[in-house]
Design a protein around this ligand. Structure first.
Ligand SMILES: Nc1nc2c(ncn2[C@@H]2O[C@H](COP(=O)(O)OP(=O)(O)OP(=O)(O)O)[C@@H](O)[C@H]2O)c(=O)[nH]1
Ligand SMILES: [Mg+2]
Length: 153
């Protein structure tokens, strides 16, 4: 990905968007990063979505694997993102975050709840799914790999 390209990072409240960005920034600057105590994050307010969607190239949609209460609303949000007209030809990464937490649903369970196979088959976008932990650093190299890759559907 060149520096001019933009990745829109979306997801429900508290899924880990800000922490992921901080981690990826550190990894890109230093090649790798010490996954010590995560830097603290404040709830993000007031992002200008109009500006972001105009320049969009890729979209990452983040899901909190440990927040069972939020999962269904994440699924609805994902469907509305995928059906948004300006994002029809954008590569989409669905990122299941917080894989370090003890009480998470298995990927098979979440994918079955989301009906992920149907979503992937019917969405116009090329969709990739990955699991990661913005806290422990697990899976973040794969996320960077996706950001740098070119996908076509
Ligand atoms: N255990 C664990 N905690 C995480 C992970 N990612 C984020 N968190 C924590 O979850 C909380 C919310 O993270 P944020 O990065 O602020 O989430 P956000 O999506 O930016 O939240 P909003 O801006 O409010 O929408 C913070 O306490 C993070 O440290 C993860 O992978 N594992
Ligand atoms: Mg935030």
């Amino acid at each position: 990905m060149t520096s001019k390209e933009v990745c829109l990072l979306l997801g429900a409240t508290g899924v880990g968007k800000t922490l992921l960005l901080k981690r990826l920034q550190m990894i890109s600057l230093h090649g790798s990063c010490e996954m010590g105590t995560p830097p603290s994050t404040l709830p993000t307010v007031g992002t200008n979505l109009t500006d972001l969607t105009l320049k969009k190239k890729k979209v990452t949609f983040m899901v909190d694997s440990a927040n069972i209460v939020q999962i269904s609303s994440s699924c609805v949000q994902l469907l509305s993102v995928l059906s948004a007209e300006p994002l029809r030809s954008t590569s989409v990464l669905i990122l299941f975050n917080k894989r370090d937490m003890p009480c998470i649903m298995s990927l098979t369970e979440i994918k079955s709840l989301f009906r992920m196979d149907d979503i992937i088959a019917s969405a116009p976008q090329p969709i990739t799914t990955l699991e990661a932990s913005a806290r422990s650093g697990q899976g973040l190299q794969e996320v960077l790999g996706w950001l740098e890759s070119v996908t076509v559907k």
